[in-house]
Design a protein around this ligand. Structure first.
Ligand SMILES: [Zn+2]
Length: 430
């Protein structure tokens, strides 16, 4: 009998030891924006176990032996921010940017992407959608980050965008006949349904997570129109249907109305920029549940730079001056009309790491600060199809947690200075 009791005591103490060895990280949050509602919680403890949120408890829970305490009592804690439109491999740096594609190789782009990814994570963005690279370097970067070889946000990438001949994102635009490369579906140029399907399948093969197409002209390409439709309905339907077969969503660059209309009717998931969206398009987006990713920052950036002589090539300058200033107003109307909004900046046009400036532009255009925060968390997670693991502070979600000093509901510009970054339970900035 005595012996049995001793055995019991030993096994109990072992159980106690194993509980202690599973040490938690306790985050003491003065305010917490969980993104499950527009309310702020105050004085809570977020318990992080390994890479997951284990619990959110009222008050500042006393740490047990071995626990790590992170004191953010002065700050507002929220889910890791998500930017649905970035280009990590490049950053616009004036006229010479147009020469990069003649002088840079895959490795140059890859190294740039690794650098900008680090800067983006540092700004509080723990997840991004990369909507267009040059050589699938962001597929390699995504894999390196998830293996811990490189540091950056969790990346969902399209690889290389898909355009039609001469369209926005055709990599052979603006090159002399003598030097122009032969480009096809693999390089992102399609004509007709067959090539449209081939391009989607080729991206699946090369490791893309989703598809991006350029349904209308764009601002920065060396081509005349910034808004004409550039895909036919049969091509759009071929893209969307094929993407669905491979479990991929479709993001659509669009400025002009007709291209947007065709794309939404074909069943795409998000419209990027959306400059000339009118009431008919807004209604169509609401009816189809299509997301709008505004990128107001990119509009402001190109409108500003269009004022500088020689900053853009002659074909680009008038497009930048005409389209850039309209996007914030488009956003205002879309938000009022109840179009679903996901946060996106087009960083790479503006500087990486400035992503948080988009929040103030959204609020300036009439969005409540809490809704702006939700656009970059719960809404973006829904657009990505990862609501089960990301987008809110809730037990069971991945521990992607950021914080700013003070209260961003009172002053949204605080989002430009994220002071704490945790991704997957690992602290990257404190
Ligand atoms: Zn873009």
């Amino acid at each position: 009998m005595k012996k049995t009791l001793t055995t019991l005591a030993v096994s109990l103490s072992l159980a106690t030891i194993s509980t202690i060895s599973q040490a938690d990280t306790l985050i003491y949050a003065g305010n917490a924006f969980t993104s499950t509602s527009n309310e702020l919680l105050s004085d809570v403890t977020i318990v992080v176990d390994d890479n997951k949120i284990e619990a959110i408890k009222e008050g500042f829970v006393k740490a047990e032996e071995g626990d790590t305490v992170i004191d953010l009592k002065h700050a507002t804690v929220m889910p890791g921010l998500m930017d649905m439109h970035v280009h990590l491999s490049s950053q616009h740096g004036g006229p010479q940017t147009y020469l990069d594609r003649f002088s840079l190789n895959e490795a140059d782009y890859a190294l740039r992407a690794a650098n900008y990814a680090k800067i983006t994570l540092d700004a509080g963005f723990t997840t991004v959608r990369n909507l267009g690279d040059s050589y699938y370097e962001t597929v390699a970067l995504r894999n390196a980050i998830s293996k811990g070889i490189a540091t950056g946000p969790r990346i969902y990438t399209v690889g290389k965008s898909i355009a039609t001949t001469g369209g926005h994102a055709d990599p052979s635009n603006g090159i002399s006949h003598l030097l122009r490369p032969d480009v096809g579906p693999k390089q992102g140029v399609v004509n007709g349904e067959v090539e449209a399907r081939e391009a989607v399948r080729s991206r699946y093969q090369d490791g893309a997570d989703l598809i991006k197409i350029t349904a209308t002209g764009g601002v920065l390409s060396v081509a005349k129109s910034g808004q004409n439709p550039q895909f036919m309905t049969d091509e759009l339907e071929a893209i969307v249907d094929t993407a669905k077969d491979y479990g991929m969503t479709v993001a659509v660059h669009a400025h002009g109305k007709e291209g947007m209309k065709r794309a939404i009717e074909a069943g795409v998931d998000s419209i990027e920029h959306g400059t000339h969206m009118d009431e008919e398009i807004r209604n169509l987006m609401v009816a189809n549940g299509t997301y709008y990713v505004p990128t107001i920052m990119a509009g402001k950036f190109v409108a500003d730079k269009a004022k500088i002589d020689g900053y853009f090539p002659e074909l680009v300058r008038p497009k930048a001056a005409a389209i850039g200033p309209l996007i914030q107003k488009t956003f205002e109307k879309a938000h009022k009309a109840g179009v679903k909004i996901a946060f996106g900046t087009d960083s790479g046009v503006s500087a990486h790491g400035d992503n948080g400036q988009e929040f103030a532009l959204m609020v300036e255009a009439g969005m409540a600060p809490a809704d702006a925060l939700r656009s970059a968390t719960i809404n973006s997670a829904q657009l990505l199809g990862v609501s089960d693991i990301l987008g809110t502070l809730e037990a069971g979600k991945l521990a992607d947690i950021v914080a700013v000093s003070g209260n961003p509901i009172d002053d949204i510009s605080l989002m430009e200075n994220v002071s704490f970054v945790m991704k997957d339970g690992v602290v990257y900035k404190q």
